[in-house]
Design a protein around this ligand. Structure first.
Ligand code: ZN
Length: 563
């Protein structure tokens, strides 16, 4: 008995240490001229999030004596040529952490003082040592080559028939001359992290296909055909569903309740094993069309959506127009409240409507993958995971991308990112599946990379079998089943939880009210007709009551007269 107590005590005391030891403590120090955290740093954080739940980001001027106290893995990322502050340099040199230098300035640090780097433009040919793979990327890159006879090289570049090291290892320290982490060549950097963190990788590539933009205007026959084809091949297909279609010309909203045949198809696919992703509520803003428009980014003004579609736009004032940061932050907090209530309303409506229809959303996908950083934070209270890509920049929607493997970027505040990595079947290309195969082949240089793509059901069966064959030919390929991933979706009243292949739903809304809401009239015409019906009905009722009243009065009078 005493031993048991001792063992229990030991386990209790020992457990937190074990947990900490499993997740490396990472600090990212960066040098940049930008005022905000640069998108490249968010990308680095996202790549590292595969290996650590404990990541701290510091500008080179913010490092203090205690910054690296618990750090086991330290990154220094120079985004431009600069002198690292002397105190920061000293603290990095004195740290016992394994160090990974990226880009500029790294040879100011003791670990890399012996290396000499040269910046080379127009590099498109790369070579990965581990897999003995040569790669040519479509877009040329600017990288640093390391001019030193290195024994331990992870990646090289090829330039004018000569090869130069670009990712190297010196004992436990690494240096990457690939520093445009938003570019395709960052795949080589992403893979090197497995060696830096000494992480064993599963010999496996998870993959998925999303049937994209399923909305009330979708052709039920094509959706049924494509969905059933994938399920027949034992593929746990994902359906990115938009609950409302808004016609850009009439402004009329069509719901799935107006399309019972289509709704039946979706319900049957879900019953057979498909998982539903909430792909926004209308997938549009103002006068744009569902599926085409952006919903969580005001593209016209390139800023977060601050007001509902039917209200006057607020144009975000730049920080320069404020005399101090405090005033600017107060202003920002005020206008972002508008964004918060917009997002809350859209996400709640999306989840509630899907659930009222009898569906069980398990994930979120932002239309065109765009959303502000405050938006992601709010979305994390509704969803445990996101599909697609991330908007790395909080000011430019086009600065977006993804990690090659499943990750948990700090930007997503706890949400898991299931990356879309191979694009989609583009019917404007002569051989769309070949394009996707090329992207897949590039991804194979990254251990555990995810092979995620999407397909528009309106294409029909053309290309679908080819796409599946191509994906399943990936070595170590496994289909991702979202129902096995412990994912959840929550609003104040509704909660959906997936676990071990089953989905549980808790709906605290009154069933009558949720059905009423679902069947509410939508268009102006419908609303006007309903109003007319109610007015007529009330008038008739009043007339009848009055007639009855008059009759009883007359009877009474007659009675009195006779009496
Ligand atoms: Zn979409």
């Amino acid at each position: 008995m005493r031993y048991k107590v001792l063992i229990l005590l030991f386990a209790l005391i020992g457990f937190p240490h074990v947990a900490l030891a499993n997740s490396p403590n990472v600090t990212i120090v960066y040098s940049s001229t930008s005022n905000d955290v640069p998108p490249e740093i968010y990308k680095l954080d996202a790549l590292v999030s595969r290996f650590s739940e404990d990541i701290h980001i510091l500008r080179d001027t913010e490092v203090t004596e205690t910054s690296f106290k618990k750090t086991s893995h330290l990154f220094y990322f120079g985004l431009n040529a600069a002198t690292i502050p002397a105190s920061t340099r000293k603290l990095i040199n004195e740290s016992n952490a394994a160090l990974y230098g990226i880009g500029f300035n790294a040879n100011q640090l003791r670990a890399f003082e012996k290396i000499d780097v040269t910046r080379i433009q127009g590099v498109s040919k790369f070579y990965q040592e581990r897999t003995n793979t040569s790669l040519t990327f479509a877009l040329a890159d600017t990288v640093f080559s390391v001019n030193h006879q290195m024994k331990n090289v992870h990646a090289r570049i090829a330039q004018k028939d000569k090869e130069y090291p670009t990712i190297i290892q010196l004992n436990e320290h690494f240096y990457s001359g690939i520093y445009n982490l938003l570019n395709r060549s960052s795949l080589l950097f992403a893979d090197s992290l497995y060696d830096f963190f000494k992480e064993e990788a599963k010999p496996e590539h998870l993959g998925y296909i999303r049937l994209e933009d399923v909305n009330p205007s979708t052709d039920p026959k094509l959706l049924e055909k494509t969905g059933n084809y994938l399920l027949d091949r034992n593929i746990p297909v994902l359906l990115a569903v938009i609950p409302v279609y808004v016609d850009p010309d009439s402004g009329q909203a069509i719901h799935f309740n107006d399309r019972p045949k289509l709704l039946n198809v979706i319900k049957n696919l879900e019953k057979r094993g498909a998982s539903v992703i909430a792909h926004g509520y209308t997938h549009q803003y103002r006068s744009s069309e569902t599926g085409e428009g952006f919903e969580f980014w005001d593209v016209e003004n390139n800023q977060p959506v601050l007001t509902p579609s039917d209200e006057q736009s607020i144009i975000l004032k730049p920080e320069e127009t404020f005399s101090n940061t405090k005033d600017y932050n107060t202003y920002l907090r005020d206008v972002l409240e508008g964004e918060a209530s917009y997002i809350q309303s859209k996400l709640t409506k999306s989840v509630h409507e899907l659930v009222s229809l009898g569906l069980h959303p398990l994930a979120f996908e932002a239309p065109h993958y765009t959303m502000s950083h405050s938006g992601y934070q709010l979305t994390a209270t509704y969803f445990s995971n996101v599909f697609g890509q991330i908007q790395w920049s909080n000011t430019e929607w086009e600065v977006m991308g993804t990690t090659p493997y499943v990750s948990k970027p700090s930007l997503l505040h706890g949400m898991t990112l299931y990356p879309e990595t191979i694009g989609y079947v583009r019917t404007d290309l002569p051989r769309p599946v070949e394009e996707m195969r090329r992207a897949r082949d590039e991804l194979l240089i990254v251990r555990e990379s995810m092979i995620g793509g999407f397909y528009h059901p309106y294409i029909g069966m053309e290309h679908l079998a080819d796409l599946v064959d191509m994906m399943e030919s990936t070595p170590g390929f496994q289909w991702l089943d979202l129902r096995d991933q412990d994912e959840w979706v929550r609003t104040e009243d509704v909660s959906i939880q997936a676990s071990n292949g089953t989905i549980s739903l808790q709906d605290n809304r009154s069933p009558l009210w949720s059905q009423l809401e679902l069947n509410m009239p939508n268009s102006f015409l419908e609303k006007s007709l309903w109003a007319l019906v109610i007015i007529t009905f009330t008038a008739v009722l009043m007339f009848l009551t009055y007639t009855l009243y008059l009759r009883t009065q007359r009877k009474k009078r007659l009675f009195k007269e006779r009496g």
